[in-house]
Design a protein around this ligand. Structure first.
Ligand code: C2E
Ligand code: MG
Ligand code: MG
Length: 650
């Protein structure tokens, strides 16, 4: 904004500078005249051509456009700069009415009306009559357009000068403090004409427009920014209040932006945002405001809504317009959006609440499974309070020792024994009770709390793992889940190393589970981090395999140790031939690459039988055991060991 002010100052400065230059010259001439008068040479000067010639030379060569008129506004003279500016020659214009030739009647009338609003202005006059002495003060620095000969318009900033009988002039920018102001001349009948000094402000206007655009619009998508959104919303609400209509505000948040940025990189992520912006614009009316207010958050303001049915339809349209796959540099990208809406005046009393409550509705749409649309209702307020307080209490969960780890056994299908355990985080809040990981892990990721929580998970899993290994006398593999946010953390390697050293767990017995999308980030930092983890001797497993879009090529590149087939495939494989084919292929290809396969979420013997037939290496699921506290793990190991024979017999 400061730049805008500076720019405005510069424009005014340039204009005043030009006027000042002229005034300084005139002043010097007057001084010179005085000196000459004093020297007794008055007669020589005043009667001579010299004075007039000098004046004419200044007039003609001034770098700004100057048009002189008589008292009635008929052009008496114009300088070269004015000829260039208007495209007319002096001969063509002298004798014509400045106001009719160089101005648009409508524009003049509206300018006159505008000036009429200012007290004592010239609005009571007809637009063509504005060029009169009393108008000069009002017209100082006025910006309007000159019409060129070719019909185009050039924006100019004009300073008016009143020319008086004694040859002096007063410019319209004087503040009236001078005792011989413009109006005074008119009254005394001393005014002989006017000079309009105009500066072409096309460039300044363009630059101003560009800078205003930059200040008020999002650089990437060219949509409105937050400030403009707030302004437009407030205006829409004001209009609705006056005319008894409604305003709908939609907050739209993309569901997978983080995943897309993580997997395809930010350049592609940006292209997705641009495409989303394009689709949104194409879905709404041109009078609606579309704004980008955060990384992947957009807001649409629809003024003058007549009924709630329209709001419903618009909300659905917004959700649906995002769904068709996007082609981003050859990648087919699937994006969905969660949309929340709120309507003035039914559910919000002002613009601020309208925006806030649409946001609340958007969160509800997200929590209800994403890719959908919700309108704000009062009930939603309570839910948000819950969510906010959840975030608040999660911050204290670690310090209050409300977090703990449970371990789920991983069973070797060949040997029928427990070979590893996955550490799974649990949170029991004193009042909220057991909060599922599907609720608090995303919250911990969003808030960045996952970094400190994750460090605690590493330390605890390694420490408890070592104790269990010693207790059972077994070489158990300890698996720890790593979230994308943790992966970006700078001291991740130090955290892992610290946990290993602190516990004495051999690095080869620790495995981190990362998701497919995390390995798809092609950045050098990702590769580097993974390599450094491998350098420690720590193993890498791909979690939930099959749900993202990881290809085997990537796996080769990252030297993955284990692949965990997502439980959705395991579940479907027994009745869906496609799912069965996917599982078969994953196992066959992994084995081809020397990667072990773990099946997740094995719940039934039928599933286990299928996996055994396909030579899946390991399995994890409630069929063997859910996650249990470390203190119960020994018992689970024993039970699974007892079923060894039955696994073999399947
Ligand atoms: P995940 O890593 O895929 O973990 C497997 C999930 O499947 C666990 O859910 C587990 O309890 C559940 N599960 C195990 N056996 C069965 C079964 O037979 N049937 C079914 N339906 N589910 C089964 P949980 O514990 O709710 O964890 C959910 C997710 O939370 C995990 O998915 C993981 O992504 C995340 N998570 C858990 N602990 C941590 C952690 O310490 N750090 C991070 N970053 N993420 C964690
Ligand atoms: Mg896992
Ligand atoms: Mg999993």
């Amino acid at each position: 904004m400061i730049d805008l002010v500076a720019l405005t100052m510069a424009t005014v400065g340039a204009l005043l500078g030009a006027a000042l230059l002229l005034r300084v010259r005139q002043y010097r001439l007057r001084q010179r005249k005085l000196e000459l008068e004093n020297a007794g040479l008055t007669a020589a000067i005043s009667s001579s051509q010299q004075w007039a010639e000098m004046n004419e030379a200044i007039f003609q060569n001034a770098p700004v456009s100057m048009i002189a008129t008589d008292r009635d506004g008929l052009i008496t003279s114009m300088n070269r700069a004015a000829e260039r500016l208007c495209g007319y020659s002096r001969e063509e214009l002298v004798g014509t009415a400045c106001m009719t030739v160089l101005h648009d009647k409508k524009e003049l009338e509206s300018k006159a009306a505008e000036l009429a609003q200012n007290e004592g202005g010239v609005g009571d006059r007809d637009g063509f009559d504005v060029l009169t002495a009393s108008a000069v003060d009002d017209l100082a620095g006025v910006k309007w357009n000159y019409m060129r000969r070719d019909g185009s318009r050039v924006p100019v900033s004009v300073v008016m000068q009143t020319v008086t009988a004694d040859g002096s002039s007063t410019d319209g920018s004087t503040d009236g403090g001078t005792d011989r102001g413009a109006a005074g001349f008119a009254e005394s009948g001393g005014v002989t004409g006017y000079i309009a000094i105009a500066v072409d402000i096309t460039e300044q206007k363009q630059m101003m427009a560009r800078m205003t655009q930059m200040a008020t619009h999002d650089h990437l998508t060219k949509l409105a920014g937050r400030a403009l959104l707030q302004e437009n919303t407030a205006q829409a609400v004001e209009r609705a209040r006056r005319y008894g209509t409604q305003v709908a505000v939609f907050v739209l948040d993309l569901d997978q932006m983080k995943r897309i940025n993580d997997s395809l990189g930010h350049t592609h992520g940006d292209k997705v945002l641009v495409e989303v912006a394009r689709r949104l614009r194409g879905t709404v009316r041109s009078s609606d405001t579309v704004a980008r207010v955060g990384g992947d958050e957009f807001v649409v303001v629809m003024p003058d809504i007549m009924n709630l049915g329209d709001v419903e339809q618009c909300g659905l349209n917004l959700v649906h317009c995002i769904v068709p796959p996007m082609n981003i540099d050859g990648h087919e990208v699937h994006v969905t959006a969660s949309v929340g809406a709120c309507v003035y005046p039914d559910f919000a009393a002002d613009a601020k609440h309208l925006l806030k409550r649409a946001d609340v509705a958007m969160y509800v749409a997200k929590e209800d499974g994403r890719n959908q649309y919700r309108v704000f209702t009062e009930d939603m307020l309570k839910e948000t309070v819950d969510r906010l307080s959840m975030e608040h209490v999660l911050r204290h969960a670690l310090a209050n020792e409300e977090l703990r780890l449970e371990y789920q056994p991983q069973v070797s299908l060949g040997k029928g024994v427990v070979v590893g355990m996955e550490a799974l985080l649990r949170w029991t809040h004193p009042k909220l009770g057991e909060v599922p990981p599907s609720v608090f892990i995303p919250l911990a990721e969003e808030t960045g709390l996952i970094v400190s929580i994750g460090a605690w998970v590493f330390q605890t899993a390694c420490r408890e793992g070592v104790r269990l290994r010693e207790e059972l006398g077994m070489d158990l593999m300890i698996s720890v889940n790593l979230s994308p946010r943790q992966f970006q953390q700078r001291d991740l390697i130090e955290v892992i190393e610290g946990a290993l050293h602190g516990s004495g767990l051999p690095a080869e017995s620790l495995e981190i589970e990362i998701t497919e999308t995390m390995v798809m980030v092609n950045s050098t930092t990702t590769l580097d981090t993974l390599q450094r983890i491998r350098d420690l001797g720590v193993k890498i497993a791909i979690d939930d395999f099959g749900t993202g879009f990881c290809s085997f090529t990537y796996l080769l590149q990252y030297q993955v140790d284990r692949l965990k087939i997502d439980q959705s495939f395991v579940r479907q494989a027994v009745y869906d031939t496609n799912a069965a084919a996917v599982v078969r292929t994953i196992i066959a290809m992994s084995h081809g690459l020397g990667i072990k396969v773990v099946a997740e979420g094995v719940e039934t013997e039928e599933q286990l039988r299928f996996l055994l037939r396909r030579r899946c290496d390991e399995a994890q699921g409630r069929l063997f055991s859910g996650a249990v506290p470390a203190s119960e793990f020994a018992r689970v190991v024993e039970t699974v060991g007892g079923t060894q024979m039955s696994i073999r017999s399947l």
